[in-house]
Design a protein around this ligand. Structure first.
Ligand SMILES: Cc1cc2nc3c(=O)[nH]c(=O)nc-3n(C[C@H](O)[C@H](O)[C@H](O)COP(=O)(O)O)c2cc1C
Length: 437
């Protein structure tokens, strides 16, 4: 069900409706009275799977709110006004949309849109926090241009980002890949089976630190050494963790990527900056995923001025960059799960296993970047996820979103194992905390 409330951003709900329909979803549109002042009901009625119902009292349906509440696999409100958030947070249901929101047992996601001053009002912030604490996904808002020529936090997240989140939540519900297609009946499947599985908000409250992108190591003010990493896999990991309920910090050297909604994004350029930002944050993380392609070498000296072509080919000495993964493992706190990535072009799995043994991480994701369509720059990937006990999970060529899902499935297993181990240690006083430190 797509709920639309009375924000200027209501016009974007038209595009969202179209995107959902083109993915094969059955879209039931519901508009508030204020939303009808911004965009025409006829547009939604024409685009969606059924016409916009008249209202709580005026619908031909004798009980429109309970029918819609039961039929929906998921309820998305985009845009969600300050009033809508307030009504939902306080259990007020004085129109069709709020009545459905109260009556439904389906997952609910609201996408706020309003001016910065409204979003930052304590009442609105408290309402949003209350909704989050009840398991409602609050997606956005994001920063950017607002109505009336203003700029700031309060902008509705882009319809494509809403679609990604819908896919992720439905995939969790139906035990399928977060990039699975939405079937006519609203279910999602990785392989078209539509098989049921456990709902996945399995990272709720887990703090996840992710690195992404290839670092750029300056030679002089205009040149640098880098690698082909786009950051797409790291961003897909951030999106997946957010949808599963984690608090995500993404330290990224990637350029030109749309920030993943819901993550705190820290932009860096060099390996030195990447090291500083990750080391400053790792103690606060329950899970660290080192997906960035940190340069292995950098110029030993950065020239203050542009090296002139006229001076001939420079004699450039290189030095090793910090081994951030080893440093993270060195200061790992008890119970923390650390995931490494090994991008290789030959002997991929043996080399990844060697790296795993040397670095002592919990999971190593072996990535054969020589396979066409896998690794750097692509939207697709194929990996082998190796666990500390040697077991491995093969993820054949699929989207980076699906790889992210498989990685976090393994992370969840590691977290469960480590909490079981610490519970067992807690029961046995003979085993001192020395073992942990
Ligand atoms: C031009 C205009 C733009 C508005 N934009 C927003 C907005 O972006 N977000 C918001 O929360 N309220 C906005 N409002 C106020 C809401 O429309 C108003 O609170 C209304 O009662 C919301 O009703 P609803 O939540 O039932 O849709 C706007 C009002 C006007 C007149």
């Amino acid at each position: 069900m797509l709920g639309v409330s009375g924000s200027v951003a209501a016009y974007k709900a038209i595009e969202l409706c179209r995107l959902l329909m083109s993915e094969g979803a059955r879209v039931l549109p519901v508009m508030t009275e204020a939303a009808r002042r911004f965009v025409g009901e006829a547009t939604f009625s024409a685009l969606a799977s059924e016409p916009v119902p008249a209202g709580l009292w005026t619908s031909v349906d004798p009980s429109p709110h309970t029918r819609l509440a039961r039929e929906a696999d998921m309820v998305v409100v985009a845009p969600a006004t300050a009033r809508l958030l307030g009504a939902l947070a306080n259990g007020i249901c004085d129109d069709l949309l709020t009545a459905v929101l109260l009556a439904t047992r389906a997952p609910v996601m609201v996408c706020p849109a309003m001016h910065t001053e409204m979003w930052e009002n304590v009442a609105v912030m408290e309402n949003a926090a209350r909704l989050r604490s009840r398991g409602i996904v609050v997606l956005g808002p994001t920063s950017g241009p607002l109505a009336g020529g203003d700029e700031g936090l309060g902008r509705l997240v882009e319809p494509t980002a809403v679609l990604d989140a819908v896919r992720g939540i439905l995939a969790g519900l139906h035990g399928a890949a977060s990039d699975g297609t939405v079937a006519r009946d609203g279910t999602v499947a990785r392989d078209g089976t539509g098989s049921d599985g456990p709902a996945t908000r399995d990272l709720a409250g887990v703090r996840v630190l992710i690195s992404a992108g290839g670092t750029r190591e300056p030679i002089d003010p205009v040149r640098y050494i880098s690698n082909r990493s786009s950051g797409k896999q790291g961003y897909a990991l951030a999106r997946e963790a957010t949808v599963r309920g984690a608090d995500v910090v993404l330290v990224t050297a990637a350029e030109g990527m749309e920030p993943p909604v819901g993550s705190e994004v820290v932009a860096v350029e060099t390996s030195r900056e990447m090291e500083r930002e990750l080391m400053a944050r790792c103690q606060d993380a329950d899970v660290v995923v080192m997906a960035a392609a940190v340069a292995d070498f950098r110029p030993a000296r950065i020239q203050a001025q542009k090296i002139s072509k006229a001076d001939g080919v420079p004699d450039m000495a290189l030095e090793a960059t910090p081994d951030i993964l080893s440093e993270l493992v060195e200061v790992r706190r008890p119970g923390q799960v650390i995931v490494g990535f090994a991008a290789e072009t030959h002997d991929v799995v043996p080399r990844a296993r060697m790296k795993m043994a040397a670095k002592r991480v919990d999971l190593m994701v072996a990535n054969d970047v020589s396979v066409p369509g896998a690794g750097f720059g692509h939207d697709t990937n194929a990996v082998e996820i190796i666990a500390a006990d040697g077991a491995s999970t093969s993820v054949p060529m699929t989207t980076k979103a699906a790889v992210a899902r498989a990685v976090f499935d393994s992370v969840v297993d590691c977290l469960a194992k480590s909490s079981k181990e610490s519970a067992a240690r807690g029961k046995d006083p003979a085993k001192s905390s020395k073992e942990e430190f």
